[in-house]
Structure formats: structure tokens, C-alpha cells
Design a protein around this ligand. Structure first.
Ligand SMILES: [Zn+2]
Length: 432
């Protein structure tokens, strides 16, 4: 879907429904607006069910203050107006009360965004506005002051968050990614702490290794078309299951040999379509298309592992909290079925996926099909796309179970003999 082709009132409905579906707002909370080129502000209405919003419900506030529409504008119109006044580059605003960000606002802190390079590039620095009465001009002044200093995300004390962007989709991506940071930091704090990326670490991510030489694609055969469709279905499913955010996560699928399909650089995981997928043949990319920045690593894995036909990297908040934890490894031996699906789960130091992808590929084997990329992603391989996806899903469910167990008692591992029994039953060919 080309989001930019939607009229403002349709964009606002689409993003409000996405916020609601993703559990980022309640029926009564949150408001969004777009600053139109003619100076008017399109904004969501006050007191309308956010789960059932339609384009007719959107209010247009003209530059002279008159309104058009069947409802009153959101009570938070004052702060939207003040942000636009102070920041001409901000053309859209998303305000909501996502759970983890509200948790931070209650202890009067902003979450860290240096947890993964993707999150930092999308969110950047986060501003902070002191408490004022919701809907008041005083709150508008506080928030606008914080935005005027340059950040595109501002925490609202004891309240929630406001995100600005050049487009409504960009503002939404920022808010959703900051909520991911907040969830990850809360989980990782429970594991005993987290590692934050330095400026040098972040610079490693901004490479252009994905700008491979090009080739002119010929007619697309049924195998390629089915592969594209399968990737699109899986990316949308991973997004709906919150295993990926809008802006993070890569999927590839081998066609044969040194010929595979991969998701592009910079796309929205909910709106991806078959035409967006990039074909990589003998180290060249399909002309005019830019693949994921992880393309070199995917190619290195396919080259070293003939049995691997699909690779997924994703950032589900539970598993990622182990990837940013400085102290607690992800112990797959605690749950038998987790061990059978994931096996051992080694971790690659941050940056190796960019600096030495062959080395990451060497960590993988039949007994280590999944790797944690420190401060980056969970990387799962499979003989099929579904097997790689299942490994991501099992990693996240298991991580969430491990995180929750810490609140109710002391982890009790199963013993070495039980692990050997599992290996004898499920992997008899590995026994010597
Ligand atoms: Zn609010």
C-alpha cells in the first residue's frame, strides 16, 4: 500500500486504527494530526470510539480557527498547534499512552534509544515535558518548548508521549519504536542491566554494503513469484504477532544456489507488497532496488550452509532484552521444547554482522540454528521459511516466559541427563 496516496483524513483513520490494533492506545486515549500545506490542521475528534473511527469523523481546523466536521476537535489541539508553530519541519503528530512509555513517564524518565542501531536511527534523542493539566495551554507550551530544542519524541510526565514527523507514518514509526525501546529496557532491567551502543557502534550500522552491483531482471517465473508472496505473508504475520516492529526485521528465502529473495531497506512491515522484495543473484541486486543492510550476512549464510533455505532476523522485545543484557544468557535448556526447536543459542558480539558476516555464518550449524546478535536482533535459520519463523516465535515465547518466571520464584533448570534424553529421542542421528 502506498500510504502517501491516502488523503489526510484517511491517513489519520488508518494510523489511529493501527495504534489501537497494536495495543498502543485505548478507545478514549490518543490523538493525531496532520499540518496541511494550506495551514489547516486535520485532527482526530474528541470523545469518539478510537476503535471504530471513520474518515467522516476527522475534524479540519482552518488557519482562522474555524472548524469543519461533525465533531469537536481533540481537546489536545492546543499542543498540536504550538508544536507546528515552533517546528515547521514537523508536519504530523501522534500522541498516545502506550503502556511501557507511560511506565517511564510515571518514574519521570525517558527510555534509552541506544539499545539497537535501528531504534536509535529512528528515534534519536528524546525530549521531556514536565506535568501540566491535559488539554491546557500550559501543557501545550511545555511540549512545544521541548520540541523546539530539536527532538522528534517528547515524553509527557505522568501522561504519555508525543511524536512528530515529516509524515504521519514517520511520526507513528517513531512512537512505535520508542515503545519497543521502553519494553526492552524494562525487560532487560529485570535481567540485571543492559548495554548501550556508543557513537562508534552506531556508525558501524550506517554502511552502504547493500548497494551491490545491479543486474537487469528477466521474466519472473512461478517459483520467484511464490517466494515473494510467501515472504510478504510472513512479514505481515510477524508484524501482527509483534515479533517485528514497523521498521525492524528482515526475511530472505533462497531460490537456488547463490540466488535468493530478501526484504528491502527501509519499508513498513505492515504495508509490504510482493513488488517490494529484492532478488539477489550471484552477489548482484535487482536493478533499481535496495535490499536490507543485512544482505551480505544472508549471502554468507547461504554460501556456508546448503541446508539453510530461509533466514529471518527480528527484534521481538523479550528475546532482544537477552541480546542487550550484559549479565544474563538466554538459557534454552530450561524448557525441553524450546531446546528441541532452538538448540544452543550462541551470541555474536555487536557489529560482527556488518564487519565480518562470514564469522556470524560460522556460528550457525545443525545444533545452533539461531544466534543472538548483540544489541541488534535474533537471527533464525531454517530449511523452510516456516521453520525459521517458528524459531523466532519460540525464541520470543520462551524469552517472555523466562522473564516472567523471575517475578514468582527461582528458575529450576532440568538436568544434564534430561537434556541427553531429549537429544537421544529427537536427534538420534547426532548420537555417536
Ligand atoms: Zn493524552
Amino acid at each position: 500500500m502506498d500510504f502517501t496516496m491516502l488523503p489526510p483524513r484517511h491517513q489519520l483513520v488508518e494510523i489511529m486504527l493501527r495504534l489501537y490494533e497494536q495495543g498502543l492506545t485505548t478507545t478514549s486515549g490518543g490523538n493525531l494530526s496532520i499540518h496541511d500545506d494550506d495551514g489547516s490542521i486535520w485532527i482526530t475528534p474528541a470523545s469518539v470510539d478510537k476503535g471504530g473511527l471513520t474518515p467522516d469523523d476527522i475534524v479540519r481546523v482552518l488557519p482562522d480557527g474555524r472548524t469543519e466536521g461533525k465533531h469537536a476537535p481533540s481537546s489536545e489541539l492546543p499542543f498540536h498547534r504550538r508544536i507546528y508553530h515552533g517546528r515547521p519541519d514537523v508536519r504530523a503528530i501522534v500522541h498516545a499512552h502506550p503502556i511501557a512509555l507511560v511506565a517511564f513517564s510515571l518514574v519521570r524518565r525517558a527510555p534509552e534509544t541506544r539499545l539497537t542501531p535501528q531504534a536509535f536511527d529512528i528515534c534519536g534523542a528524546v525530549g521531556y515535558a514536565r506535568y501540566e493539566l491535559p488539554g491546557s495551554e500550559a501543557l501545550g507550551m511545555r511540549i512545544a518548548e521541548a520540541f523546539a530544542a530539536g527532538p522528534n519524541l517528547v515524553m509527557l510526565e505522568n501522561h504519555g508521549v508525543a511524536a512528530g514527523g515529516a509524515t504521519l507514518l514517520q511520526a507513528f514509526h517513531r512512537l512505535e519504536t520508542l515503545e519497543f525501546c521502553a519494553q526492552t529496557q524494562i525487560h532487560a532491567a529485570g535481567l540485571g542491566g543492559y548495554h548501550l551502543l556508543s557513537d562508534e557502534d552506531l556508525a558501524l550500522f550506517r554502511h552502504h554494503d547493500n548497494l551491490l552491483p545491479e543486474f537487469a531482471p528477466g521474466a519472473r517465473d512461478s517459483r520467484e513469484l511464490e517466494g515473494r508472496r510467501a515472504i510478504v505473508d510472513m512479514v505481515r504475520r510477524a508484524y501482527a504477532r509483534r515479533l517485528m516492529t514497523s521498521t525492524g526485521g528482515t526475511v530472505s528465502l533462497r531460490i537456488s544456489g547463490d540466488d535468493f529473495l530478501i526484504t528491502p531497506y527501509g519499508f513498513d512491515r505492515k504495508y509490504i507488497e510482493s513488488v517490494d522484495i529484492v532478488r539477489i543473484l550471484d552477489g548482484r541486486r535487482e536493478a533499481g532496488r535496495v535490499p536490507s543492510r543485512a544482505v551480505r550476512m544472508h549471502r554468507a549464510i547461504y554460501a556456508q550452509h546448503p541446508d539453510v533455505n530461509s533466514i529471518i532476523s527480528a527484534q521481538p522485545p523479550g528475546a532482544i532484552s537477552f541480546a542487550v543484557s550484559e549479565t544474563t544468557p538466554f538459557d534454552t535448556r530450561l524448557i525441553p521444547e524450546t531446546y528441541v526447536v532452538l538448540r544452543e543459542l550462541p551470541a555474536a558480539p555487536y557489529g560482527e554482522e556488518f564487519a565480518d558476516p562470514d564469522n556470524v555464518a560460522r556460528l550457525l550449524s545443525a545444533t545452533t540454528p539461531v544466534v543472538l546478535l548483540r544489541n541488534d536482533a535474533v537471527l533464525a535459520t531454517g530449511s523452510t521459511l516456516l521453520q525459521a519463523f517458528d524459531r523466532i516465535e519460540v525464541a520470543e515465547f520462551s524469552a517472555q516466559a523466562l522473564l516472567r518466571s523471575r517475578a514468582v520464584g527461582v528458575l529450576q533448570p532440568i538436568g544434564d541427563e534430561e537434556i541427553h534424553q531429549l537429544e537421544r529421542k529427537f536427534f538420534p542421528h547426532e548420537q555417536t
